[in-house]
Design a protein around this ligand. Structure first.
Ligand code: FRU
Length: 447
């Protein structure tokens, strides 16, 4: 009821703004919070996380095929146009994914990660086309996730995480020992020209690789602030390019860790009654995940301004990975993936994709389904898939992670999992369909 009235009011404001300036390309939404507002996923809300029939993923079929037989393949994203719609390159769909040779152990892939390209005519049968950039030019010892955007001039912008330089001279000397504590991350990009013919899709004319954002220590923890805490790994990674359909403004949204400005506060725990009955366990304050945002200041997306985080899970969960946004009418959905092991002491939840709904990009986001959980792995196969990404038409891609066979034996996946479809209805969601492995149907822009 309140929501309906607010929506009507927003529409009125919207039409007044549009009427006042009919040349405006983008309508301007009324914000419901200030520009520096950071929403909270509290311990109290996360207590409600539970698997239900609406959010439990179907069992992964162990008889899966490998999309790139000699590669481990994990975090995946499609090439999108500036407005968020799926790019069509002479009839081809294009996707990128983290890859590492299968000759390496499953657990070794993170420190050898590169970004590989895939293309497909039908969005179901994908061809692996290798790593499109020169490793020596790329930043970081390893390149982590990522999104990609095809601009109106036919340039591909590849955004990625440059993880650990290890060597101030830009060299790639590598020391595996205790790397998690030294895993500095920065947000990088490069560009390519793209072409396609009967032999497939080609990326050429690789641009310079540039760092476009680094943590500031205030909103976002630096590696120096992290070191010595011994808590999992820090984050300043997983850039997601987003053009807000209601303002035309562009942003890079990313996974961060709270800096000095955002220590654990009473609101991170819950309301007064909850706080008086639920003491916070030791070390919970070290679990300081957030969803960061930077405003894009130029057309080529090389100049960014860090803004306060959109959402934080300080005291609740350490990692809000691969955050991304889907706009559905008046509703802004902020999605992120997270793990059981990254919940703060005293809390738990499945490996899954979590969602928060608001009324604008900066918003008083509320957890979907009362808890946040949108898709979770089933209880009896808790690590079967990971790294879900919800696309603007509510298709959800992911990869096969560590499913178990009937004897409880783990099989390593490293390939595309089946695409799921979720239905989003206000603050409720439901898994409604399962498609083919890696399937990406064409989708239009966020609106
Ligand atoms: C999620 C993730 C990302 C990161 C990558 C590293 O699966 O942890 O946050 O970019 O994997 O392998």
């Amino acid at each position: 009821m309140i929501k309906n009235n607010r929506t009507k009011l927003k529409k009125l404001v919207l039409s007044a703004v549009v009427a006042a300036n009919c040349l405006a390309a983008f309508p301007v939404m009324a914000a419901n919070v200030g520009d520096d507002y950071t929403a909270i996923w509290s311990r109290q809300q996360a207590e409600n996380v539970a698997l239900t029939k609406e959010n439990t993923a179907p069992q992964v079929n162990l008889d899966f095929e490998l999309v790139a037989p000699d590669q481990w393949v994990w975090d995946t994203w499609p090439l999108q146009n500036r407005d968020g719609s799926l790019a069509n390159v002479k009839g081809y769909r294009v996707a990128f994914a983290l890859v590492a040779p299968r000759s390496l152990g499953w657990g070794e892939r993170h420190t050898q990660a590169r970004i590989g390209m895939f293309y497909s005519k039908n969005g179901k049968d994908w061809t692996y086309a290798g790593v499109p950039y020169t490793y020596e030019k790329a930043l970081g010892h390893m390149q982590w996730a990522g999104t990609s955007m095809l601009d109106e001039n036919g340039k591909v912008h590849l955004f990625y995480t440059a993880t650990t330089d290890m060597n101030a001279n830009g060299g790639k000397e590598w020391n595996e020992e205790g790397w998690q504590q030294r895993a500095e991350q920065r947000i990088a990009k490069t560009t390519f020209d793209i072409s396609a013919d009967k032999n497939g899709v080609h990326l050429t004319n690789e641009g310079e690789h540039q760092i476009i954002a680094e943590p500031d220590g205030n909103y976002y923890e630096t590696i120096d602030q992290f070191q010595g805490k011994g808590n999992i790994i820090t984050a300043f990674r997983d850039p997601f390019f987003f053009q807000d359909p209601n303002t035309g403004k562009e942003y890079i949204i990313f996974e961060g860790q709270a800096g000095n400005a955002n220590p654990l506060k009473p609101e991170n725990i819950g309301d007064e009654e909850y706080r008086s009955t639920h003491p916070v366990p030791d070390r919970a304050e070290l679990y300081n995940g957030n969803i960061g945002i930077a405003e894009v200041l130029d057309h080529d997306i090389t100049k960014l301004k860090l803004l306060p985080p959109l959402l934080e899970s300080v005291g609740t969960n350490h990692q809000l990975e691969r955050p991304h946004v889907v706009v559905n009418g008046d509703d802004y959905y902020l999605f992120t993936i997270s793990h059981t092991f990254t919940y703060a002491p005293g809390l738990t939840g499945p490996d899954g994709v979590y969602g928060f709904v608001g009324e604008g990009l900066r918003s008083d986001y509320k957890p979907m389904n009362g808890s946040g959980l949108v898709i979770g792995n089933p209880e009896k196969d808790p690590y079967q898939a990971y790294s879900w990404m919800v696309l603007p038409n509510q298709q959800v891609i992911s990869f096969i992670n560590e499913p178990k066979d009937e004897n409880g034996q783990t099989k390593f996946g490293g390939t595309f999992s089946t695409t799921l479809k979720v239905n989003l209805d206000g603050d409720k969601s439901q898994i409604v369909k399962e498609g083919k492995a890696g399937e990406i149907k064409p989708f239009g822009p966020n609106r």
